[in-house]
Design a protein around this ligand. Structure first.
Ligand SMILES: N[C@@H](CCC(=O)N[C@@H](CS)C(=O)NCC(=O)O)C(=O)O
Length: 211
């Protein structure tokens, strides 16, 4: 049977992982289109019709007949549409947005970019790398403080804020940020990893398209 959702993305992409993780935690089987970034498939006219910004991921909703881009927006759409991980009421969703905006302002860029450097995808100079290390460390300290006395980022249950932020922190070791000095983050990650449907960054996303 045709799947409702098709995720367009790359298995090495953190933002694609966030959406794959959300679908998986929601128990939603999804089709997957592998977008070849090296071949610039994400800049083709066909792909730009799905994501005007020419980035992965893009989520197609076959039932609604449209595509969405920006992982945080996609997470919020899925939460509302599927009635999962949206917290308890409107304010929780707004609070979740606070974390998701913060993530792509403070946390994800230093982690993703440091990782890209380590994988040879980028070639930043030393002072830029030092800046990313300082920025990433400051963001991890902020997160550690928030989780010191709370199981979840918003309210008393996991929300899209946790899924979104996890999708950045999970790449920290690959990016050269050790997590040993962050016990609250480590405990929170274990709580997320224990949720039904969880899959790790190394194996959740298919490496090839899947109908
Ligand atoms: N804020 C976007 C970021 C997406 C993003 O940075 N995607 C990267 C791959 S991880 C990409 O498509 N890069 C190619 C490009 O920007 O041209 C989101 O959360 O969806």
């Amino acid at each position: 049977m045709a799947k409702r959702f098709t995720l367009n993305g790359s298995w090495v992409s953190g933002p694609t992982y966030k959406v794959g993780l959300m679908l998986s935690l929601c128990g939603e089987d999804f089709a997957y289109n592998s977008i070849n970034l090296r071949a610039m498939e994400h800049k083709s006219d066909a792909y730009l019709a799905k994501n005007r910004f020419g980035q992965v991921p893009a989520l197609e909703d076959g039932k609604a007949g449209f595509s969405l881009c920006q992982s945080a927006s996609i997470l919020e759409y899925l939460a509302v549409e599927l009635g999962k991980f949206q917290g308890d009421g409107k304010l929780d969703l707004i609070r979740a947005r606070e974390w998701m905006f913060w993530d792509f302002d403070r946390l994800a860029p230093p982690i993703y970019r440091s990782r890209a450097q380590r994988f040879g995808i980028r070639n930043y100079n030393q002072s830029t790398m030092e800046m990313y290390f300082a920025d990433g460390t400051a963001a991890l300290k902020t997160l550690e403080g928030a989780l010191a006395n709370a199981d979840w980022l918003v309210g008393r249950a996991p929300t899209i804020a946790d899924i979104d932020v996890y999708g950045a922190v999970a790449y920290a070791p690959q990016a050269g940020f050790g997590l040993d000095g962050y016990p609250a983050i480590a405990a929170w990650m274990k709580r997320i990893e224990a949720l039904p449907g969880f899959g790790p960054v190394t194996s959740l996303l298919p490496q090839a398209s899947r109908p």
